[in-house]
Design a protein. Sequence first.
Lengths: 161, 161, 413, 413
Amino acid sequence: MPGLEDLYREIILDHYRSPRNRGELEVPPATRTEGFNPLCGDEVVVYVQMDGDQLDEIRIAGQGCSISQSSASMMSAAVKGRTRAEIEELTRAFKAMMSIHESTLEGGEEVEVEAPTADLGDLAALQGVVKFPVRIKCATLSWNTLAEALGGDRDDRAEAE
Amino acid sequence: MPGLEDLYREIILDHYRSPRNRGELEVPPATRTEGFNPLCGDEVVVYVQMDGDQLDEIRIAGQGCSISQSSASMMSAAVKGRTRAEIEELTRAFKAMMSIHESTLEGGEEVEVEAPTADLGDLAALQGVVKFPVRIKCATLSWNTLAEALGGDRDDRAEAE
Amino acid sequence: MSTDPLDVATVRKDFPILGREVRGHRLVYLDSANTSQKPQAVLDAITTYYERSNANVHRGTYLIAEEATAALEGARAKVARFIGADRARQVVFTKNATEALNLVAKAWGRAHLREGDPVVITELEHHANIVPWHQLRAEVGIELRWIPVGPDGHLDLTDLDRLLDGAKVLSFAAMSNVLGTLTPVERLVAAARRVGALAVIDASQYVPHMATDVAAWGADLVAFTGHKMCGPTGIGVLWGTEEVLDATPPFLSGGEMILNVTKEGFTANELPWKFEAGTPPIAEAVGLGAAVDYLSGLGMEAIREHEVALTGYALRTLADRFGDEVVVHGPSEPAERGGVLSFSVGDIHPHDLTQVFDERGVCVRAGHHCAKPLMKVLGASATARASLYVYNDTDDVDALAEAIAAASDFFAP
Amino acid sequence: MSTDPLDVATVRKDFPILGREVRGHRLVYLDSANTSQKPQAVLDAITTYYERSNANVHRGTYLIAEEATAALEGARAKVARFIGADRARQVVFTKNATEALNLVAKAWGRAHLREGDPVVITELEHHANIVPWHQLRAEVGIELRWIPVGPDGHLDLTDLDRLLDGAKVLSFAAMSNVLGTLTPVERLVAAARRVGALAVIDASQYVPHMATDVAAWGADLVAFTGHKMCGPTGIGVLWGTEEVLDATPPFLSGGEMILNVTKEGFTANELPWKFEAGTPPIAEAVGLGAAVDYLSGLGMEAIREHEVALTGYALRTLADRFGDEVVVHGPSEPAERGGVLSFSVGDIHPHDLTQVFDERGVCVRAGHHCAKPLMKVLGASATARASLYVYNDTDDVDALAEAIAAASDFFAP
Ligand SMILES: Cc1ncc(COP(=O)(O)O)c(C=O)c1O
Ligand SMILES: Cc1ncc(COP(=O)(O)O)c(C=O)c1O
């Protein structure tokens, strides 16, 4: 049985207590995108300012549990300064890490997931979340919101199925 | 256990095979009222011509099972020439005979029913119907339709509860 | 029937109710088009759910709530696979097929249909695929057009092109609940496609009896109901393409179907939850999941073969024994129909007929079968209807024939 | 609690799930405001129905169909008696409270409300009594007004007269599912009467916990849900006066709810069937009937007394043990509230809190409880909520306190 320590790694609690890139950006030039976890009410607001193809600035507002807030904080640190393509790559890798378990929620069938190619860094600490199915949506909330902010089609397959 | 003979008394089959007052009346001066048994599709059409307070003429159209048709036929014979008050009395007596069982359909509780005061004549043959709960609506269909034709508030308490 | 692809004797043991005696006879249940009986596996799944994992779904951060959510979503995935859906999120749980068809007419219909828009249905529809359109007609003034039923019990498609001209919706049953008629689903869907009409299928009588592949049908929306396919009451399904479901506004609203609610308004949730307002039929979904497992275990091809053979046996038995006295409505070829036999015996009223049947433990429905417009076409106010399923065998058909003979004697003038 | 009016040890034995171990601990179920557990009697009633009498209702002329109909209508009569309804026909079965409230807003509302008509609700409503009105606002332009919630968790009725001025509907919860607040039902109904507004009560949290007398309330419509009162999922109730139900057009439509259908239109059936389209939740009604028998057997007065006492114990325990670290929202007087305790522990997020609880088998919900506008008033995006029912005792409250202490330790900075 997974223990609480699998979920609440020290680095997660650290990001929760001292969130990176917390705050707002002026809109415009930045964009503001809200995300909700319909199941628990967690809210993430993502402010993004692009410089051409590159994410120049990002700020995170909203409120939520340690998982959703630390995930948002780690994400903000990971995507800042990256290009769209790099961010998409990261998102895929992160989702892949998360969706392994989420798919079993539904049908009990393991889904083939390509091995993540991007280096997740700190974010890898969130791996323990997959053992706690309901928390996966907490971890992916900020990523889905960012994807929406970047205008990409939100890949919510992992959530819906 | 009630047998088929309780339900299909000879007199019932006789009214079914040779329905009394079958046909239509000219509207106006007569009125035409349709009744449906929503559960099986039986239809009764009652044509009524009043002479002041007295039911002068009645005709029955529509289609249905032996119980609904014979009940309509017996009713037509029983009410012809009667006054409103007499017909209401008859209706109450007939419903009382029918509703004894119908009420148990719902809650398993016996309901106090006043002893019928009017003489039901042939109609008493329908008493066996109370042992066959689903058929009660067949037997009461024409009576409800007549009550509607006479503009009285249809007493559908027996049906609904 | 020694070659019956189903081992019916074994199947019967799976259904506790079939061991029951009524009025001193074994129960001969011939009303599965109305509702099916439930195998032990379905009852066990429901009980186990309540005894082990009962909790509200999508809400709790504790173990049994996770289990309940997994049970509900697992059932959705099972149903999706059973009907050939690409993805579980295309499967919306409703309370019955009727709610599903109301969702179509009212949520999709109100958003997309305007005064004068033609909606095409058929004369063999169940009221569930008629009355919601009547309501919509009263509300927005759509025009309702009817594909007629021919004397052979098949849809008469002679005028199809004219009927579909300008049509915005074509909604039809894949199998008639009165005549057993199988309608030409692919042809009708293709015809709807050609004129750009929404293609809606009421598969309530089809899914329980035949292998279903909604992707192959190519329709937009498909509705069916749990209790006719060995599942519990209280659950139905609306399948839809994501394109169409996304273009359909929410229907019922409240908890579960929202992303956010403020004093000013609300944001709807994703598919499929957008259409599932309030606490869903959780135990019922679990039961339906067990039902599709059970049916898959028997094999839908085997079920269909069994029913075609038994329908053939029934048609032959009634013809051989009663000749013209018994008239069976609908297509005469078993391959063109399901095991639904609407019939009349001389001029005995169906109600009187089934009353005699009941004395012998034979359960057959008499009435309009919620298809009054079709009854009008048949020129009857009611028919008697015997319908077959996995647990019926030639003994049941023989018992029916005996019951017909008894009624015929009883009412002989 | 030696004077507990309920013999909880015995009651617990009636609920099979409470014998379950989770994560090595006994199950401490404190989420009954979300959904209640089910006693054996309810599971047995459902199983027996399926094993002996399963058939479609109001349709068959054979024995088991009569039994099924009697079971459904018998359950309706039981529910009617349980809530003090005059007649069974005032009781409409829906799939849940959400459908019942949608029926009110949409069937009654669409027929009777026009642009600018004020509808008054409260800030403590569940989404089920908010979102349907939002939909109606989008559709016909009603004006939605909100009775505020004061800092004590009670409705603030200072401005009631102004809010009700010209109002066409007053719809409110009899008990808050977040704060446990009991609202002043009689006073609100009387106020609605004075201005001629329809009085609608969402009694989803009330009926399971307190003796209910709809006739005494004098409201027009009352909604509640089966699964929170020991009944199964898949069933809810709308009670209404015949006057108001008669003046409400049909909502969902299809089989069962019609008297006649032609190609041109349809005639609706009598109450209550007019509102029950399609195959009803038969087994679910049977289960709900068994649930009200079960609750009546315990005695609603005894249940209420038990919950008041246990709520008092919980409030004292948390205050004594944690002081200001634990804040319980809502009225401080047990007599003014139900056993629903929304609380916060320092600044630990509710999700994180209940995650620790789960390790110890303690089931508590974290979230917005489908009451986002109220959460906004509370200034929180989520709370943890423990809720009590007939099977809870002081051991459960003590287990909760232990779990809070453990979480507090775990997250201590
Ligand atoms: C106050 C209140 N109203 C309505 C509901 C909705 O009930 P259901 O989800 O069963 O429709 C609930 C419970 O979720 C509730 O607590
Ligand atoms: C063809 C058809 N459509 C729809 C329905 C309605 O199903 P339900 O009553 O479960 O909503 C039925 C069954 O009654 C049916 O046979």
